[in-house]
Design a binder for this molecule. Structure first.
Ligand code: SF4
Length: 476
Protein backbone atom coordinates (compact mmCIF):
# COMPACT_ATOMS: atom_id res chain seq x y z
CA UNK A 1 0.00 0.00 0.00
CA UNK A 2 1.39 3.42 -0.89
CA UNK A 3 1.73 5.87 2.01
CA UNK A 4 -0.72 8.71 2.59
CA UNK A 5 0.14 11.82 0.63
CA UNK A 6 1.86 13.76 3.35
CA UNK A 7 2.58 17.46 3.75
CA UNK A 8 5.13 18.57 6.35
CA UNK A 9 4.50 22.20 7.15
CA UNK A 10 6.42 24.77 9.13
CA UNK A 11 3.42 27.07 9.38
CA UNK A 12 3.32 30.82 8.75
CA UNK A 13 2.90 32.86 11.95
CA UNK A 14 4.61 36.15 12.87
CA UNK A 15 6.45 37.83 10.04
CA UNK A 16 10.07 36.62 9.97
CA UNK A 17 9.41 34.13 12.81
CA UNK A 18 12.09 31.48 13.06
CA UNK A 19 9.88 28.72 14.41
CA UNK A 20 10.62 25.54 16.24
CA UNK A 21 11.32 23.17 13.35
CA UNK A 22 15.00 23.90 13.64
CA UNK A 23 15.44 26.88 15.90
CA UNK A 24 16.28 26.64 19.59
CA UNK A 25 15.01 30.13 20.40
CA UNK A 26 11.66 30.37 18.72
CA UNK A 27 11.36 34.03 17.93
CA UNK A 28 11.91 36.67 15.32
CA UNK A 29 15.61 37.59 15.35
CA UNK A 30 17.56 40.81 15.52
CA UNK A 31 18.30 40.35 11.85
CA UNK A 32 16.24 38.25 9.45
CA UNK A 33 17.55 34.71 9.78
CA UNK A 34 16.29 31.16 9.52
CA UNK A 35 17.51 27.76 10.58
CA UNK A 36 16.70 24.78 8.38
CA UNK A 37 13.50 22.98 9.47
CA UNK A 38 15.52 19.89 10.36
CA UNK A 39 12.94 18.37 12.71
CA UNK A 40 10.49 18.18 9.80
CA UNK A 41 13.02 17.35 7.09
CA UNK A 42 13.98 14.11 8.85
CA UNK A 43 10.52 12.47 8.85
CA UNK A 44 9.94 13.96 5.39
CA UNK A 45 12.97 11.98 4.26
CA UNK A 46 11.32 8.81 5.64
CA UNK A 47 7.91 9.22 3.98
CA UNK A 48 8.07 8.59 0.22
CA UNK A 49 6.33 11.17 -1.96
CA UNK A 50 5.92 13.68 0.88
CA UNK A 51 6.60 17.41 0.64
CA UNK A 52 8.13 19.85 3.13
CA UNK A 53 6.99 23.47 3.04
CA UNK A 54 8.84 25.98 5.19
CA UNK A 55 6.44 28.91 5.05
CA UNK A 56 8.40 31.48 7.15
CA UNK A 57 11.64 31.04 5.24
CA UNK A 58 9.84 31.14 1.85
CA UNK A 59 7.76 34.13 2.98
CA UNK A 60 4.52 32.23 2.31
CA UNK A 61 1.27 33.50 3.82
CA UNK A 62 -1.64 31.39 5.07
CA UNK A 63 -3.75 31.87 1.89
CA UNK A 64 -0.75 30.75 -0.15
CA UNK A 65 -0.11 27.53 1.81
CA UNK A 66 -3.85 26.80 1.98
CA UNK A 67 -3.89 26.13 -1.74
CA UNK A 68 -2.05 22.87 -0.89
CA UNK A 69 -4.72 21.55 1.49
CA UNK A 70 -6.75 19.73 -1.15
CA UNK A 71 -3.70 17.85 -2.50
CA UNK A 72 -2.85 15.96 0.70
CA UNK A 73 -4.26 13.24 2.96
CA UNK A 74 -2.03 13.90 5.98
CA UNK A 75 -0.60 17.22 7.21
CA UNK A 76 2.08 17.36 9.91
CA UNK A 77 2.61 20.82 11.40
CA UNK A 78 5.56 21.74 13.57
CA UNK A 79 4.54 23.93 16.48
CA UNK A 80 6.23 25.76 19.35
CA UNK A 81 4.97 27.40 22.53
CA UNK A 82 5.20 30.96 21.14
CA UNK A 83 3.47 30.07 17.87
CA UNK A 84 1.00 27.48 19.18
CA UNK A 85 -2.20 29.52 18.94
CA UNK A 86 -1.34 30.71 15.47
CA UNK A 87 -0.42 27.15 14.38
CA UNK A 88 -3.79 25.88 15.61
CA UNK A 89 -5.50 28.52 13.47
CA UNK A 90 -3.51 27.23 10.49
CA UNK A 91 -4.66 23.65 11.26
CA UNK A 92 -8.28 24.85 11.45
CA UNK A 93 -8.00 26.65 8.13
CA UNK A 94 -6.59 23.46 6.53
CA UNK A 95 -9.45 21.42 7.97
CA UNK A 96 -12.04 23.86 6.59
CA UNK A 97 -10.37 23.69 3.20
CA UNK A 98 -10.15 19.87 3.19
CA UNK A 99 -12.42 18.22 5.80
CA UNK A 100 -10.91 14.78 5.04
CA UNK A 101 -7.36 15.86 5.80
CA UNK A 102 -5.82 14.14 8.83
CA UNK A 103 -3.85 16.72 10.84
CA UNK A 104 -1.14 16.16 13.45
CA UNK A 105 1.17 18.44 15.42
CA UNK A 106 4.77 17.75 16.41
CA UNK A 107 7.43 19.55 18.45
CA UNK A 108 8.49 20.18 22.02
CA UNK A 109 5.30 22.00 22.94
CA UNK A 110 3.03 19.04 22.18
CA UNK A 111 5.53 16.61 23.70
CA UNK A 112 5.16 18.47 27.00
CA UNK A 113 1.41 19.19 26.87
CA UNK A 114 -0.19 16.48 24.71
CA UNK A 115 -3.60 16.55 26.37
CA UNK A 116 -4.19 20.29 26.11
CA UNK A 117 -2.68 20.34 22.64
CA UNK A 118 -5.12 17.75 21.28
CA UNK A 119 -8.00 19.49 23.05
CA UNK A 120 -6.99 22.89 21.63
CA UNK A 121 -9.08 22.32 18.51
CA UNK A 122 -11.28 19.76 16.75
CA UNK A 123 -8.97 20.22 13.77
CA UNK A 124 -6.15 18.39 15.56
CA UNK A 125 -6.43 14.62 15.15
CA UNK A 126 -3.25 13.69 16.96
CA UNK A 127 0.03 14.93 18.37
CA UNK A 128 3.28 12.95 18.15
CA UNK A 129 5.39 13.22 21.27
CA UNK A 130 9.09 12.43 21.85
CA UNK A 131 11.15 11.65 18.73
CA UNK A 132 8.36 11.51 16.23
CA UNK A 133 10.10 10.51 12.96
CA UNK A 134 8.95 6.89 12.93
CA UNK A 135 5.56 7.71 14.52
CA UNK A 136 4.80 9.88 11.50
CA UNK A 137 6.09 7.22 9.10
CA UNK A 138 3.76 4.63 10.65
CA UNK A 139 0.76 6.98 10.48
CA UNK A 140 1.58 7.76 6.84
CA UNK A 141 1.74 4.03 6.18
CA UNK A 142 -1.84 3.76 7.40
CA UNK A 143 -1.29 2.21 10.82
CA UNK A 144 -4.25 3.02 13.15
CA UNK A 145 -3.40 5.78 15.64
CA UNK A 146 -4.15 3.41 18.54
CA UNK A 147 -1.22 1.23 17.40
CA UNK A 148 1.38 4.00 17.04
CA UNK A 149 3.73 4.49 19.99
CA UNK A 150 4.36 8.05 21.17
CA UNK A 151 1.05 9.41 19.87
CA UNK A 152 -1.83 11.11 21.71
CA UNK A 153 -5.11 11.33 19.85
CA UNK A 154 -8.76 12.22 20.10
CA UNK A 155 -11.22 9.39 20.63
CA UNK A 156 -14.67 10.94 20.98
CA UNK A 157 -14.51 13.19 24.01
CA UNK A 158 -11.40 11.41 25.35
CA UNK A 159 -7.74 11.95 24.59
CA UNK A 160 -5.84 8.66 24.41
CA UNK A 161 -2.13 8.68 25.24
CA UNK A 162 -0.30 5.72 23.74
CA UNK A 163 2.84 4.40 25.49
CA UNK A 164 5.97 6.47 24.86
CA UNK A 165 8.21 5.84 21.89
CA UNK A 166 11.78 4.86 22.70
CA UNK A 167 14.56 7.13 21.42
CA UNK A 168 16.14 6.15 18.13
CA UNK A 169 19.38 4.27 18.79
CA UNK A 170 20.35 3.38 15.22
CA UNK A 171 20.90 6.91 13.99
CA UNK A 172 22.21 5.62 10.66
CA UNK A 173 18.70 4.28 10.02
CA UNK A 174 17.65 7.87 9.31
CA UNK A 175 17.93 8.72 5.62
CA UNK A 176 19.81 11.86 4.48
CA UNK A 177 17.89 15.12 4.83
CA UNK A 178 19.87 16.45 1.88
CA UNK A 179 17.40 14.75 -0.48
CA UNK A 180 14.54 16.70 1.08
CA UNK A 181 16.49 19.96 1.02
CA UNK A 182 17.11 19.45 -2.68
CA UNK A 183 13.55 18.46 -3.46
CA UNK A 184 11.65 21.02 -1.38
CA UNK A 185 13.81 23.88 -0.09
CA UNK A 186 15.72 26.79 -1.59
CA UNK A 187 19.07 26.96 0.17
CA UNK A 188 19.39 30.69 -0.54
CA UNK A 189 16.36 31.29 1.76
CA UNK A 190 18.43 30.40 4.79
CA UNK A 191 20.46 33.18 6.35
CA UNK A 192 22.28 33.15 9.66
CA UNK A 193 24.28 36.33 10.34
CA UNK A 194 27.53 34.61 11.32
CA UNK A 195 27.46 31.75 8.78
CA UNK A 196 28.65 32.06 5.21
CA UNK A 197 25.85 32.35 2.71
CA UNK A 198 24.45 30.10 1.43
CA UNK A 199 24.89 27.52 4.15
CA UNK A 200 23.33 24.14 4.89
CA UNK A 201 22.72 22.80 8.40
CA UNK A 202 21.89 19.30 9.57
CA UNK A 203 22.04 17.03 12.60
CA UNK A 204 24.58 14.23 12.85
CA UNK A 205 23.36 13.15 16.28
CA UNK A 206 20.70 13.98 18.84
CA UNK A 207 20.79 14.63 22.57
CA UNK A 208 23.18 16.50 24.82
CA UNK A 209 25.08 15.18 27.80
CA UNK A 210 24.73 18.48 29.64
CA UNK A 211 21.74 19.39 31.73
CA UNK A 212 21.41 23.14 31.38
CA UNK A 213 18.14 24.02 33.09
CA UNK A 214 16.94 26.43 30.39
CA UNK A 215 17.68 24.29 27.34
CA UNK A 216 14.66 23.04 25.44
CA UNK A 217 15.56 20.14 23.12
CA UNK A 218 17.45 17.78 25.47
CA UNK A 219 14.77 18.15 28.16
CA UNK A 220 11.86 17.53 25.83
CA UNK A 221 12.82 15.50 22.76
CA UNK A 222 16.52 14.67 22.35
CA UNK A 223 17.40 13.49 25.86
CA UNK A 224 20.78 13.47 27.59
CA UNK A 225 22.58 10.76 25.67
CA UNK A 226 24.40 11.89 22.55
CA UNK A 227 23.18 9.37 19.94
CA UNK A 228 25.18 9.73 16.80
CA UNK A 229 25.46 8.74 13.17
CA UNK A 230 28.64 7.07 12.04
CA UNK A 231 31.38 9.39 10.71
CA UNK A 232 31.20 7.65 7.34
CA UNK A 233 27.47 8.31 6.94
CA UNK A 234 28.02 11.98 7.91
CA UNK A 235 30.77 12.36 5.31
CA UNK A 236 28.58 10.65 2.68
CA UNK A 237 25.77 13.10 3.35
CA UNK A 238 28.10 16.09 3.12
CA UNK A 239 29.42 14.77 -0.16
CA UNK A 240 25.83 14.54 -1.37
CA UNK A 241 25.24 18.12 -0.20
CA UNK A 242 28.30 19.34 -2.02
CA UNK A 243 27.07 17.68 -5.20
CA UNK A 244 23.49 18.96 -4.89
CA UNK A 245 24.45 22.47 -3.81
CA UNK A 246 27.77 23.49 -5.35
CA UNK A 247 26.98 27.10 -4.38
CA UNK A 248 26.96 26.30 -0.64
CA UNK A 249 29.90 27.84 1.19
CA UNK A 250 29.56 26.21 4.60
CA UNK A 251 28.02 23.16 6.30
CA UNK A 252 26.81 23.59 9.86
CA UNK A 253 26.41 20.66 12.28
CA UNK A 254 23.49 21.62 14.47
CA UNK A 255 23.91 18.79 16.99
CA UNK A 256 23.31 20.23 20.47
CA UNK A 257 27.01 19.89 21.26
CA UNK A 258 28.94 18.43 18.32
CA UNK A 259 32.11 18.49 20.43
CA UNK A 260 30.58 16.24 23.13
CA UNK A 261 32.31 13.28 21.47
CA UNK A 262 35.72 14.62 20.48
CA UNK A 263 37.26 11.46 18.96
CA UNK A 264 34.22 11.22 16.67
CA UNK A 265 34.32 14.93 15.85
CA UNK A 266 37.99 14.62 14.90
CA UNK A 267 37.28 11.56 12.75
CA UNK A 268 34.49 13.37 10.91
CA UNK A 269 36.76 16.39 10.45
CA UNK A 270 39.43 14.24 8.80
CA UNK A 271 36.85 12.75 6.43
CA UNK A 272 35.55 16.22 5.58
CA UNK A 273 39.06 17.42 4.82
CA UNK A 274 39.14 14.88 2.00
CA UNK A 275 36.03 16.58 0.58
CA UNK A 276 37.58 20.03 0.96
CA UNK A 277 34.54 21.60 2.61
CA UNK A 278 34.29 24.43 5.13
CA UNK A 279 32.20 23.57 8.15
CA UNK A 280 31.14 24.84 11.57
CA UNK A 281 29.29 23.50 14.62
CA UNK A 282 27.91 24.06 18.11
CA UNK A 283 30.38 23.70 21.00
CA UNK A 284 30.76 24.23 24.71
CA UNK A 285 33.65 26.51 25.73
CA UNK A 286 35.76 23.67 27.03
CA UNK A 287 37.35 22.02 23.97
CA UNK A 288 41.08 21.42 24.51
CA UNK A 289 43.65 23.12 22.27
CA UNK A 290 44.83 19.92 20.56
CA UNK A 291 41.32 18.99 19.45
CA UNK A 292 40.65 22.53 18.28
CA UNK A 293 43.80 22.36 16.19
CA UNK A 294 42.75 19.07 14.57
CA UNK A 295 39.30 20.45 13.77
CA UNK A 296 40.72 23.72 12.41
CA UNK A 297 43.27 21.87 10.26
CA UNK A 298 40.43 19.90 8.74
CA UNK A 299 38.08 22.65 7.64
CA UNK A 300 36.47 24.02 10.83
CA UNK A 301 35.80 27.75 10.34
CA UNK A 302 33.46 28.75 13.15
CA UNK A 303 32.21 27.56 16.51
CA UNK A 304 28.86 28.60 17.91
CA UNK A 305 29.63 28.70 21.60
CA UNK A 306 27.16 28.85 24.48
CA UNK A 307 28.93 30.98 27.11
CA UNK A 308 25.57 32.11 28.53
CA UNK A 309 27.00 34.38 31.27
CA UNK A 310 30.17 35.79 32.76
CA UNK A 311 29.15 34.77 36.28
CA UNK A 312 30.39 31.45 37.64
CA UNK A 313 27.56 31.45 40.17
CA UNK A 314 24.95 31.66 37.40
CA UNK A 315 26.72 28.92 35.42
CA UNK A 316 26.41 26.76 38.53
CA UNK A 317 22.78 27.77 39.05
CA UNK A 318 21.84 26.67 35.53
CA UNK A 319 23.98 23.50 35.72
CA UNK A 320 25.96 24.45 32.61
CA UNK A 321 28.94 22.41 33.69
CA UNK A 322 31.47 24.96 32.41
CA UNK A 323 33.99 27.23 34.13
CA UNK A 324 34.77 30.84 33.40
CA UNK A 325 38.56 30.31 33.55
CA UNK A 326 38.36 27.39 31.10
CA UNK A 327 36.06 29.40 28.81
CA UNK A 328 38.66 32.18 28.76
CA UNK A 329 41.46 29.79 27.88
CA UNK A 330 39.36 28.08 25.21
CA UNK A 331 38.54 31.45 23.63
CA UNK A 332 42.19 32.49 23.59
CA UNK A 333 43.03 29.16 21.94
CA UNK A 334 40.41 29.76 19.25
CA UNK A 335 41.75 33.27 18.62
CA UNK A 336 45.26 31.85 18.35
CA UNK A 337 44.14 29.18 15.89
CA UNK A 338 42.04 31.58 13.82
CA UNK A 339 38.74 29.85 14.62
CA UNK A 340 35.90 32.36 14.47
CA UNK A 341 33.52 32.38 17.42
CA UNK A 342 29.89 33.36 17.57
CA UNK A 343 29.22 33.58 21.30
CA UNK A 344 25.75 33.23 22.75
CA UNK A 345 24.69 34.81 26.03
CA UNK A 346 21.49 34.88 28.04
CA UNK A 347 20.35 37.65 30.35
CA UNK A 348 17.88 37.09 33.17
CA UNK A 349 18.90 33.59 34.27
CA UNK A 350 18.42 32.58 37.93
CA UNK A 351 20.83 34.53 40.12
CA UNK A 352 21.00 37.50 37.72
CA UNK A 353 21.55 40.87 39.36
CA UNK A 354 22.58 44.29 38.07
CA UNK A 355 26.14 43.32 39.07
CA UNK A 356 26.16 40.04 37.12
CA UNK A 357 24.72 41.80 34.05
CA UNK A 358 27.66 44.17 34.20
CA UNK A 359 30.05 41.26 34.80
CA UNK A 360 28.73 39.38 31.75
CA UNK A 361 28.97 42.41 29.47
CA UNK A 362 32.57 42.98 30.59
CA UNK A 363 33.37 39.29 30.15
CA UNK A 364 32.03 39.30 26.57
CA UNK A 365 34.05 42.40 25.69
CA UNK A 366 37.20 40.90 27.20
CA UNK A 367 37.05 37.50 25.53
CA UNK A 368 35.79 39.20 22.36
CA UNK A 369 34.04 36.62 20.18
CA UNK A 370 33.72 37.82 16.59
CA UNK A 371 29.94 38.19 16.92
CA UNK A 372 27.46 37.60 19.72
CA UNK A 373 23.83 36.82 20.28
CA UNK A 374 22.10 37.90 23.45
CA UNK A 375 18.82 36.25 24.35
CA UNK A 376 16.38 36.75 27.18
CA UNK A 377 16.02 33.80 29.54
CA UNK A 378 13.08 31.88 28.09
CA UNK A 379 11.24 29.50 30.43
CA UNK A 380 9.92 27.07 27.82
CA UNK A 381 7.39 24.61 29.25
CA UNK A 382 9.10 21.27 29.81
CA UNK A 383 12.33 22.81 31.09
CA UNK A 384 13.65 22.91 34.62
CA UNK A 385 13.78 26.70 34.32
CA UNK A 386 10.04 26.78 33.66
CA UNK A 387 9.30 24.59 36.68
CA UNK A 388 11.57 26.74 38.83
CA UNK A 389 10.01 29.98 37.57
CA UNK A 390 6.50 28.70 38.31
CA UNK A 391 7.48 27.54 41.76
CA UNK A 392 9.28 30.76 42.68
CA UNK A 393 6.65 33.06 41.17
CA UNK A 394 9.08 34.59 38.63
CA UNK A 395 6.73 34.41 35.65
CA UNK A 396 5.34 37.80 34.72
CA UNK A 397 1.55 37.44 34.94
CA UNK A 398 1.88 33.79 36.04
CA UNK A 399 2.30 32.39 32.51
CA UNK A 400 5.26 32.14 30.17
CA UNK A 401 4.65 34.80 27.52
CA UNK A 402 7.73 34.33 25.41
CA UNK A 403 7.24 36.68 22.46
CA UNK A 404 5.31 39.87 21.82
CA UNK A 405 2.74 40.50 19.08
CA UNK A 406 5.58 41.04 16.60
CA UNK A 407 7.21 37.66 17.38
CA UNK A 408 10.20 39.27 19.14
CA UNK A 409 11.27 37.83 22.51
CA UNK A 410 9.93 39.52 25.63
CA UNK A 411 11.22 38.93 29.12
CA UNK A 412 8.95 36.31 30.66
CA UNK A 413 10.85 36.36 33.95
CA UNK A 414 10.93 39.01 36.68
CA UNK A 415 12.74 38.78 39.98
CA UNK A 416 11.88 40.77 43.11
CA UNK A 417 15.23 42.58 42.74
CA UNK A 418 15.31 42.78 38.92
CA UNK A 419 12.24 43.40 36.79
CA UNK A 420 11.56 41.94 33.34
CA UNK A 421 11.80 45.46 31.93
CA UNK A 422 15.28 45.91 33.39
CA UNK A 423 16.34 42.56 31.95
CA UNK A 424 15.04 43.60 28.52
CA UNK A 425 16.84 46.93 28.75
CA UNK A 426 20.03 45.09 29.75
CA UNK A 427 19.90 43.09 26.51
CA UNK A 428 19.90 46.24 24.42
CA UNK A 429 22.68 47.78 26.49
CA UNK A 430 24.74 44.60 26.22
CA UNK A 431 24.56 44.65 22.41
CA UNK A 432 25.45 48.34 22.24
CA UNK A 433 28.41 48.04 24.60
CA UNK A 434 29.72 45.02 22.72
CA UNK A 435 29.37 46.31 19.15
CA UNK A 436 29.59 50.10 19.46
CA UNK A 437 33.26 50.31 20.48
CA UNK A 438 36.09 51.38 18.22
CA UNK A 439 37.94 48.04 18.06
CA UNK A 440 34.80 46.07 17.14
CA UNK A 441 33.66 48.65 14.61
CA UNK A 442 37.15 48.52 13.03
CA UNK A 443 36.93 44.70 12.89
CA UNK A 444 33.56 44.86 11.11
CA UNK A 445 34.69 47.58 8.71
CA UNK A 446 37.78 45.55 7.82
CA UNK A 447 35.59 42.53 7.13
CA UNK A 448 33.50 44.63 4.77
CA UNK A 449 36.29 46.35 2.86
CA UNK A 450 37.98 43.02 2.20
CA UNK A 451 34.82 41.45 0.74
CA UNK A 452 32.23 43.27 -1.41
CA UNK A 453 29.71 40.47 -0.72
CA UNK A 454 30.21 40.91 3.01
CA UNK A 455 29.88 44.69 2.63
CA UNK A 456 26.43 44.28 1.05
CA UNK A 457 25.36 41.77 3.64
CA UNK A 458 26.62 43.62 6.72
CA UNK A 459 25.03 46.89 5.59
CA UNK A 460 21.67 45.16 5.31
CA UNK A 461 22.13 43.39 8.63
CA UNK A 462 23.36 46.59 10.28
CA UNK A 463 20.21 48.44 9.23
CA UNK A 464 18.01 45.56 10.50
CA UNK A 465 19.95 45.42 13.76
CA UNK A 466 19.49 49.17 14.38
CA UNK A 467 15.74 48.82 13.68
CA UNK A 468 15.65 45.93 16.18
CA UNK A 469 17.37 48.02 18.86
CA UNK A 470 15.06 50.97 18.31
CA UNK A 471 11.99 48.68 18.56
CA UNK A 472 13.35 47.27 21.83
CA UNK A 473 14.17 50.76 23.08
CA UNK A 474 10.61 51.91 22.37
CA UNK A 475 9.26 48.87 24.26
CA UNK A 476 11.50 49.31 27.30
S1 SF4 B 1 25.30 22.34 26.49
FE1 SF4 B 1 24.06 23.51 25.06
S2 SF4 B 1 22.72 22.05 24.02
FE2 SF4 B 1 23.56 21.03 25.84
S3 SF4 B 1 22.01 21.30 27.42
FE3 SF4 B 1 23.48 22.99 27.62
S4 SF4 B 1 22.64 24.67 26.34
FE4 SF4 B 1 21.59 22.77 25.77
Amino acid sequence: MSPLKTLFLNPPSYEGFDGGAGSRYQARREIRSFWYPTWLAQPAALVPGSRLVDAPARGLTLPEVLTLAADYELAVLHTSTPSFRSDVRVAEAFRRENPKLRIGLVGAHVAVSPETSVRASEAIDFVAREEFDFSILEIAQGRPLAAVEGVSFRDGSRVVHNPPRAPIEEMDSLPPVMEVYKRDLVVEDYFIGYLLHPYVSLYTGRGCRSRCTFCLWPQTIGGHRYRTRSPKSVADEIELGRRYFPQVKEFFFDDDTFTDDLPRAEEIARLLAELGVTWSCNAKPNVPYESLRVLRDNGLRLLLVGYETGSQQILNNIRKGTRIDIARRFTEDCHRLGITIHGTFIVGLPGETRETLEQTTRFAREINPHTIQVSLAAPYPGTELHRQALQEGWLDGGAATLVGGDGIQVSAISYPHLSGLEISAALEKFYKRFYFRPSKIAEMVWEMVTSPAMMKRRLREGAEFCRFLSRRGARA
